[in-house]
Design a protein around this ligand. Structure first.
Ligand code: UD1
Length: 475
């Protein structure tokens, strides 16, 4: 089991680039089940959740092959298969998708000190479907495996997927996914820990989610694009990852409009083809490095970032006293020497465009260093304050009351041995470790590896003293 050894405090200074968004790449991989033609995905992050999804797809008859990535730093238009992005990476409109005519060949490779090389993944049916069955052994480690339910059902008229089960950050039911599929005419049953769905062909319908769910919206989009007739989905999740999936599906031949908004309309088609698509940058990973700049009193330029997707965080950081500058080069976050201390500011998580729950833990680490008292309210998930007891070991003063946490600052954090409990909690502890005086050892880094590509390399590129230590080296 790997751990991070961190020696702090160090201000994070320099340029960093976010990898592709894990939460956009996962549904994009699931979309490959909808076609027999190759789907080529650029900017796929090399993280464990993606490898888990590849294993599941392989079981379902879709093989994945990693190709060399374009050199980091090359402009997007250097890739002949991708449409040029005339507005640069700041654009929220860039389609970054195209219908594929051939597979990617001969792309360039390279490395830069501040970036992890991008991966290109080609997904292609390797054998006829042996069934539409996703077993517990493959699904249990990752809740997002449920994203195969919609495409399998739409494509084969039957899907049997293990229920993802409980999760460290709450109960996280999938009732909305199932209600939505039932609205499209599926027969849905639960038996022996599995959900079984059947429909000779799904039929378009109007469906309103009881609450916005990200993977629920994505599952319904994946299913509805092959349904007969028109589907209207209301109260959809508005996360940028939903819009990114729709861009890919449209490039494959689907007819989806309104994705990224509250109401999405899907005109069903009879079949989908292959496509080439570039996954959006990971706003949560990028946001983590911006918070890293703030908590360490540093100066970080996040390259190739989409400022609109990060607006809720950028607004909050500005309130806290972090100088934010958005330019064609990226988003710069810095704490100017002599600006005085950071100011405590309350936050409440909410579905997009609210403050992302996936940045709540990192923001809490920041608030331990800010002057004053802040209240952090978690409205999306229950039980998402597991980082609090670990932060307390580093000197933080945090009091949890139900779904609210009160943080009293500022605290001079001190290094300690701490344990990562989930993906974002791990990131919070790593940032706190870089800001803390002395040595911090963050154990159970495998949580971090689910969603952060090369975090120690990126932090090293920003000047942090972080080392990955594997079990055999540690003992
Ligand atoms: C996705 C993200 C995750 C992020 C979360 C919220 C992926 C792979 N994961 O998770 O990183 O933290 O969005 O931004 O994209 N709910 C129900 N019934 C359902 C579905 C959800 O009650 O059928 C509830 C959940 O318990 C939760 C809320 O809705 O309270 C939002 O969950 P949801 O948006 O579905 O999260 P995920 O898609 O699992």
């Amino acid at each position: 089991m790997d751990r991070f050894h961190i020696l702090g405090p160090t201000p994070l200074v320099g340029r960093v680039r976010a990898s592709g968004a894990k939460n956009a790449a996962l549904p994009a991989l699931a979309a490959s089940l909808l076609t027999d033609e190759p789907v080529t995905l650029h900017r796929v992050p090399r993280v464990r959740d993606l490898r888990t999804m590849c294993r599941l797809l392989d079981y379902l008859g879709v093989g994945s092959e990693e190709r060399e990535a374009p050199a980091p730093g090359l402009p997007d238009f250097a890739d002949p298969e991708l449409p040029a992005d005339p507005e640069g990476s700041q654009s929220t409109q860039s389609p970054e998708s195209s219908r594929s005519t051939k597979s990617t060949e001969g792309s360039k490779s390279g490395a830069s000190p501040e970036a992890v090389a991008e991966a290109v993944l080609v997904l292609r049916r390797s054998r006829p479907s042996s069934g539409a069955d996703a077993p517990y052994e493959l699904v249990k480690t990752m809740r997002a495996s449920v994203l195969v339910l919609g495409p399998l059902l739409a494509r084969y008229g039957f899907a049997r997927v293990s229920l993802p089960g409980g999760c460290a950050i709450g109960v996280r039911p999938i009732d909305q996914h199932l209600k939505g599929l039932a609205a499209l005419g599926a027969d849905v049953r639960l038996a022996g820990g599995y959900v079984e769905t059947r429909a000779s062909r799904l039929t378009g319908a109007r469906f309103r989610f009881d609450l916005p769910t990200v993977t629920g919206t994505e599952n319904l989009l994946l299913a509805a694009c092959l349904a007969r007739g028109t589907t209207v989905l209301e109260n959809c999740a508005r996360e940028p990852e939903v819009a990114d999936l729709a861009r890919l599906l449209n490039a494959m031949g689907a007819r989806i409009s309104g994705a990224g908004g509250d109401t999405v309309v899907v005109d069903g088609v009879d079949g989908l083809g292959g496509a080439v698509h570039r996954v959006i940058p990971d706003r949560i990973e990028g946001g983590t490095y911006l918070i890293g700049a703030a908590i360490t009193g540093g100066d970080v330029l996040l390259e190739q970032a989409n400022a609109a997707d990060l607006a809720p965080l950028l607004d909050k950081l500005a309130e806290v006293g972090v100088e934010i500058e958005v330019s064609p080069a990226g988003i710069r976050a810095r704490v100017r020497a002599g600006d005085g201390s950071l100011r405590a500011r309350d936050v409440a998580t909410a579905p997009h465009p609210g403050f992302p729950t996936d940045l709540q833990a990192q923001y809490m680490a920041l608030m331990t260093r800010a002057a004053g008292t802040s209240t952090i309210r978690e409205t999306v998930f229950e039980n998402r304050f597991q980082h609090v007891s670990e932060l307390a070991r580093m000197g933080a003063r945090v009091h949890v009351d139900g779904r609210s946490a009160r943080v009293d600052g500022p605290t001079e954090l001190t290094g300690a041995a701490v344990m990562a409990t989930d993906l974002r909690a791990s990131a919070c502890l790593v940032l706190a470790g870089v800001a803390a005086a002395g040595t911090t050892v963050v154990d159970r880094i495998y949580h971090l590896d689910r969603g952060y590509e090369g975090m120690e390399l990126k932090l090293q590129g920003l000047g942090a003293h972080v080392a990955r230590v594997t079990e055999s080296m540690a003992t």
